[in-house]
Design a protein around this ligand. Structure first.
Ligand SMILES: Cc1ncc(COP(=O)(O)O)c(C=O)c1O
Length: 415
């Protein structure tokens, strides 16, 4: 047996040649214990998953390598598992480069900061996620970038007609957050490109699978991996994927300049979930369609906001551009007192009340307080709700919604 003060001087070694470890004090030995080239590289046997290297520091083999730029010299922009996740996202998105950020919101702001400078103008869908618009109106404005909004239902021609001399980018989100209008993304992207203007999209809804923005001419595809790609409601992460290598280099520069970093453990979790994305999305989509079809026939429901439903206003666009649907859609209840909408939510037992989506669990929120602040002219007689259909059995979800609608109807009758 090896004594703590006289360790076996054989394996594993400390990485550098001829280290005379027998002469080292315990403190020195403990700092280097278990270290070897093999351990760092993940051993010769090839596990099916990438090794998780928890390392801010990268050790270099010799002085000449310290300032080389063909290998990582510091861990902030990511090591093995981050690179594996980026490579997997490149395949998902059909991208040449993908960069990771600590949340979806961080990925959105990074993408905008990569392509905009003081004096520029960006055109943004008024249907974009509220923090995106807040970033444009606040931070970007402070740094001299102007934002103008277009309606989430604006036709491609209307959006392109807004492009002016200072316009550098168009930011899309389709379907729109909360109200689910679709945009003609390919037409906007090709028209913008013809005018020398870049397009960006928040494609969290499409998850890189149901809609592939880069195939449709978009320059920067952003998603909150926090939602479907992660799917476990337990990790924050975002990505930006591009096909143009020079945009990839600019993105990497943004990563370095802003100091954003993502943890290897989070990357491992997201990569693990990515493997099951197709299965989960298929189940979310099939269940959501069944639930949405049922809701559409209920007397308490005034309108469905679900482009995958035949007969919905953007169904033709959805069929043309999307390969499937997911679990997220909206609905408008029949007109009733405000407390009746709350009664609907409070009666739900399987659906939990929560603002996120994309995870395994079904969620419901009322969206009226949010759309009222959007300035996008949202009009409806009844309350706007957003549902996320999770992986539970759809018949249990339908029974739960019936319970909610009964509570809504009862509260309307009492009013
Ligand atoms: C459409 C959309 N984009 C981006 C985000 C932001 O993601 P994150 O919470 O990871 O910052 C969200 C979060 O709800 C979202 O709904």
């Amino acid at each position: 047996m090896t004594s703590p003060d006289k360790p076996d001087a054989g394996k594993p070694d400390a990485g550098k040649p001829n280290a005379d470890k027998q002469t080292w004090a315990s403190a020195t030995r403990l700092v280097h214990a278990g270290d070897s080239e093999e351990a760092r590289a993940g051993f010769a046997a090839r596990g099916v998953n990438p090794p998780v290297q928890r390392a801010s520091t990268v050790v270099l083999p010799d002085a000449a390598s310290l300032y080389g730029n063909d290998h990582p010299t510091y861990g902030r922009a990511g090591l093995g598992v981050q690179a594996s996740l980026e490579a997997a996202l490149c395949e998902l998105e059909g991208a040449v480069a993908a960069k990771l950020f600590s949340s979806g919101a961080a990925a959105i702001t990074a993408a905008l900061m990569t392509v905009l400078s003081a004096g520029d103008e960006v055109l943004v869908s008024a249907g974009a996620y509220a923090p995106t618009r807040r970033f444009c109106d606040g931070m970007l404005a402070r740094f001299g970038v102007r934002t103008r909004y277009f309606a989430p239902s604006a036709a491609a021609g209307e959006v392109l007609a807004m492009i002016g001399g200072q316009t550098r980018a168009v930011f899309l989100e389709s379907p729109a957050s909360l109200t689910f209008e679709l945009q003609d993304v390919p037409a906007i992207a090709s028209g913008a490109r013809a005018r020398g203007v870049l397009t960006l999209i928040d494609n969290t809804w499409g998850a890189g699978l149901l809609f592939r923005p880069l195939d449709h001419g978009v320059d920067l595809s952003v998603q909150a991996l926090t939602k479907y790609v992660s799917g476990g409601s337990d990790v924050f992460m975002g990505s930006v994927a591009v096909r143009d290598p020079s945009l990839g280099e600019r993105l990497l520069q943004t990563v370095w300049d802003t100091g954003w970093a993502v943890s290897p453990d989070d990357c491992y979790t997201v990569l693990r979930s990515l493997r099951t994305l197709t299965l989960r999305l298929a189940r979310h989509g099939a269940s959501a369609l069944r639930v949405a079809q049922w809701l559409a026939s209920q007397p308490e429901v005034a309108r469905m906001l679900c482009p995958a439903l035949p007969g919905s206003p953007d169904h033709a666009l959805w069929k043309r551009d999307f390969s499937g649907t997911n679990g997220l859609f909206g609905l408008v209840l029949k007109a009733g007192p405000a407390h009746a909408a709350d009664a609907f939510l409070d009666a739900l037992q399987v659906f939990k009340l929560g603002f996120s989506w994309g995870g395994f669990e079904s969620l419901a929120v009322s969206s009226d307080p949010q759309v009222r602040n959007l300035g996008r002219g949202w009009r409806a007689d009844g309350a706007l709700m957003r549902l996320h259909v999770g992986l539970e059995a759809p018949e249990d979800l339908i029974a739960d919604l019936r319970r909610g609608l009964d509570a809504f109807a009862a509260a309307c009758d009492q009013a």
